[in-house]
Every structure is written in structure tokens, then in C-alpha cells.
Design a protein. Structure first.
Length: 314
């Protein structure tokens, strides 16, 4: 129950904030923002783009007067950009994506409809724009095999933050989990452990365009794997940590089997999956080496983002 002061603050908050992370997305950011701006026609909604690019992404985003653009240090990872967005928005709920994705024409309407239910977080599915290079299909299957459009609506243990919305109170309750960025998996895990509901639905759709060059995605997988390995090691006994290290050669096989299981039981593009297997294995190597380094030496030092506020888009 909100007290009188809290209720007044809640009334002043916007209904929904949309945080778009951008890292070298000049191939897709125009389509992403066009899709969002067309759907956001209310003062109760806001769009903020946190850009950490070295290409022309920020220049493209600046053309959209309806958004707030913030530029960050290019070394920042997407979860760090999302964290900045959380701190700069004022919505009772916060939706996330990256500028690599083009939201469906009813994306915002579905967000608002789904948020009427008493759910801590809601996630959606991922389609793939075609045609595209096999290396990009490898990224698609590796990252989003658990969130293919053929799934049925259900309560879930995990959501992908690239297409998800969370209630504001989640970030307040679990503030300690997002100190180094909004890495959705530990937040999702704690929400479930505390009895809160995560809902996954195909009604909430985005389409993946060009994601990143293979080498860049390999590096991203390495750093994300390192964070995962370091956090896992920090919670483990010395014996368990040694087990993780010794078992690390099996990581690519275990992860590949998980991806294949999701793809083969769906109506997804199975031929694309088989052709992209060499790329999937390459990306899995990046994650595995990162996870092993996390077990051995922990996370890399946190980076302080260098921000410049372009709220006027001038």
C-alpha cells in the first residue's frame, strides 16, 4: 500500500519508459527508432537511447526529436547502458531493447496491455530479418533459441532483456544486483526465488537485423561469459570452483545441445541452423573462454561510463 507522498510521486511518474541500448547499430537504428516513435504518441511514454558507438548511430538517433539521446563511453557493454537508462528514466515500468531490433507494429500496445496484469516482468520472442549472412543467423540461434516465435505463452524462469519490460520496483528491490549493469539473469533468478512471476509471450515480438561483425560478437560473448563465470565462482566453495574449471572444456558442447534442443523442436529455420553451426561453435568458444577466465581470475574492473546528456537532441 502506497502512502500519500508515495502515491503523489507515483502519479507524477510516466506510465512506461523504453530504454534502447546502441553499440555501432547504424545499419538498424533508423528502422528501430522509426518503429518506436510511430507507436509512442503519449506524454505518458518516453524513449531514451543510450549510445556507446564509434559509428554514425548517434547522428542517426539525433534526427528523432521525440527521443532523449545520451552518449556513453564506447567501452561500455549493453547491460551497463541499460543500467544508465534505468537511472535516467521516470516510468513506473521500464522496457528494454537494443537498436539491433525492430519492434513489431503493436509492440508498445502489447507492452501496455500486458502490464495491466500483476507481473514483475514480461518478455517476448525474437524473429530474424531475412535475407542475412550465415554468421548473423549463428548469432540469432545462439542468443535467442529459447525465445523463438513458435513458443506458447507461459510463466518462465528467464527472459531476454533485449525484448522485455520490468516493473520499476524490481530495480529498487534488487539494486545490489545491478551495480555493474543490468544483467537480467541474476535479477530474473532472484525474482523467481522470491515468488514473483516472469511471463514469456509471443505477443511481444521484435525482429533482429544486423547484429555485429563476428569478431565483435566473439568479444562480447567473452566478456559476458567472464561476468557469468566470476559471479558463479564467487558463490562457490573452492572445491566447486575447481570442478567448474576442470569441467570447462565441456561448456561448448553443453550449450550447443541446449540451443539445438530448442531449434529442432520448433518450426524455426532448421537449415539455417545447420549451416550456421561453425559460427555458433566459434561464438561458443568465446563464451567458454570468458567463463573459464571468470572462474580463474574473476571479473574485469568496473568501468565508469563517461556520459554526455543530449536531452535536447541538439
Amino acid at each position: 500500500m502506497l502512502n500519500k507522498q508515495e502515491a503523489e510521486v507515483d502519479r507524477r511518474m510516466k506510465e512506461l519508459s523504453i530504454v534502447v541500448a546502441s553499440k555501432n547499430t547504424q545499419r538498424t537504428i533508423q528502422l528501430c527508432l522509426e518503429a518506436l516513435v510511430e507507436q509512442v504518441q503519449s506524454d505518458e511514454l518516453e524513449i531514451i537511447v543510450i549510445d556507446a558507438s564509434t559509428d554514425a548511430s548517434a547522428e542517426i538517433a539525433r534526427r528523432f526529436k521525440q527521443i532523449k539521446l545520451v552518449q556513453a563511453n564506447p567501452v561500455c557493454l549493453v547491460p551497463e547502458l541499460w543500467k544508465m537508462g534505468i537511472e535516467m528514466t521516470g516510468g513506473r515500468s521500464v522496457a528494454f531493447t537494443t537498436a539491433n531490433f525492430i519492434p513489431a507494429s503493436n509492440w508498445v500496445a502489447e507492452l501496455r496491455r500486458l502490464l495491466q496484469d500483476d507481473l514483475a516482468a514480461i518478455g517476448g520472442v525474437f524473429e530474424k530479418l531475412v535475407p542475412d549472412k550465415i554468421s548473423q543467423w549463428g548469432i540469432y540461434f545462439l542468443r535467442y533459441a529459447s525465445y523463438l516465435p513458435s513458443i506458447s505463452p507461459h510463466l518462465s524462469t528467464q527472459l531476454a532483456a533485449d525484448n522485455a519490460v520490468y516493473q520499476r520496483w524490481v530495480f529498487e528491490k534488487y539494486a545490489d544486483l545491478i551495480d555493474d549493469g543490468f544483467w537480467e539473469h541474476p535479477v530474473n533468478r532472484e525474482l523467481k526465488a522470491d515468488g514473483h512471476s516472469l511471463f514469456l509471450t509471443p505477443a511481444l515480438r521484435v525482429s533482429m537485423g544486423y547484429f555485429s561483425p563476428p569478431g565483435d560478437f566473439f568479444s562480447q560473448r567473452f566478456f559476458h561469459g567472464r561476468v557469468f563465470g566470476a559471479e558463479r565462482a564467487a558463490q562457490a566453495s573452492p572445491a566447486r570452483r575447481l570442478f567448474y574449471i576442470l569441467a570447462s572444456p565441456l561448456i561448448p558442447l553443453v550449450l550447443l545441445l541446449r540451443v539445438a534442443q530448442h531449434v529442432l523442436k520448433s518450426n524455426a529455420q532448421k537449415f539455417k541452423f545447420f549451416f550456421s553451426l561453425p559460427w555458433i561453435l566459434y561464438y561458443l568458444l568465446g563464451w567458454s573462454l570468458g567463463e573459464l577466465s571468470g572462474y580463474l581470475i574473476g571479473k574485469s574492473p568496473s568501468k565508469r561510463a563517461q556520459l554526455k546528456d543530449y536531452s535536447s537532441n541538439s
